[in-house]
Design a protein around this ligand. Sequence first.
Ligand code: GLC
Ligand code: CA
Length: 553
Amino acid sequence: MENEKRAWWKEAVVYQIYPKSFMDSNGDGIGDIRGIIDKLDYLKELGIDVIWLSPVYQSPNADNGYDISDYRAIQREFGSMDDFDEMLDKAHKMGIRIIMDLVVNHTSDEHAWFVESRKTKENPYRDYYIWKEGREGCPPNNWGAVFGGSAWEYDRETDMYYLHSFHKKQPDLNWENQEVRNAVYDMMRWWCDKGIDGFRMDVISMISKDQGFPDAPVRGGLYGDSGEFTMNGPRVHEFLKEMNREVLSKYDIMTVGETAGVTIEEAKRYAGESGEELNMVFQFEHTSLGDGRYGKWTDARVSLCDFKDVMGKWQTELEGKAWNSLFLGNHDQPRSVSRFGDDRPEFRKTSAKMLALCLHFMKGTPYIYQGEELGMTNPYFDRLEDYRDVESIHAYQELTEAGLVSKEDMLRFLKLRSRDNARTPMQWNGGDNAGFTQGKPWIDVNPNYLQINAEQERRDPDSVFHFYQKLIRLRKANEIMVYGAYRDLIPQDENIFAYERIYGEKCVRVLCNFTDRTIPCELKNCKEGSILIQNYGDTERALLPYEAVAFWI
Ligand code: GLC
Ligand code: CA
């Protein structure tokens, strides 16, 4: 659409850093802010515009920093506020913006607000959280927590239960309370005044709960699935409009909401062009495809038709109305090449490039998760002891102990779906621990770092790294990649993802072979000189295994 509103965050490419696994500067095995400072040059070379920094706040780390005990302090393992300021300043001087993770659906149980809240029923902070009486010695309702068990934790002090949608060390804030909202807005202004460039808002679709707190349907497992009562709740848009008026509208920042359970209609409200709430949302329909009876714990592979159906739907239905964010991986998802591509050695590089091309030519702001630009793969850990993630460990215990899933099956599901697949250390070079640390890494390095690492890829002009670099450059040079309208060409085809972007008189065609076979393709009629980017040098009327090409027509 030629008359679509322009915005820097529509034109940007975002790179997500999971600090714990990015770069360790002091040999304690844990990534840190000084490590990030050391690698800013690398990010500049890649060409990204914005860093999304997963949480670096003070935290007891029940969920790797997504359980915050002080929103205005930096976690000691990650460094100091001075380190943070230096990082922000250096990044800005290089033309890189930084957006922070905003985790305000819950805090840590060690946050001062909760420490107070649990003391007595009369405490001024009592209503900062969601407290309910039990039902005859049982929790107030049957809701399950995302990380296993009941979503309610009994607290002996006052003989009541508090709600925790995630881990019991992550009590949910009570957004019905205006004081809570004001305290959150204050904190957000404090960071904006420091000069940060925006927020990625953690599970922001969950801040407004159905105040009836009814029992939820049990779908598989032992507890009720509370989604319909916790996601996209009755007041969520009211709260975000208020946040926008109070904070967001006062700064030139970008915002992206992590909105589990979001529908197209909801997304148009969260991320509408009118700009009353957020700039864009993460939807999870494509990453939930194949989920089964036990949620994400399955080995089902996604069919290309389903994938195209979901991606295409979001592309066309938000057109001109709301803005998409584009991603295939993040710190909660397995590695994109292992999941949607093919990580066998003979196909890894080609299929990683194919996925990159497929995603970056769609309409929306693309996100690269650290290591994705190298084609990093799942580590395929063999033993439960190799995992660190609370969600993975709890799910293993809960499902195997209840006899619902066998241990062998569960280990297989973890290899495919555990969040730790994305959390193994960044592979910088072929040296000890992939150059991530001089000490012992907090989680094992993927043994394939000798073949897959940044140093070697920066030297190799044909690497996945250079392919990403080229995609980013193309985006800067061709408005059509940002603003062109999307059209799917062959939605029913089971092998090829083919679409076009149309912008005024111009049109780019994108063809991606999602199989390990050569597939004849009449749509591949690129003329000499018309190719923008491709992952083979071939121009026959067929697509080689995992071939991808974008060309002018
Ligand atoms: C989000 C985060 C995830 C975290 C959860 C609870 O989904 O991305 O890592 O565990 O929220 O904060
Ligand atoms: Ca460190």
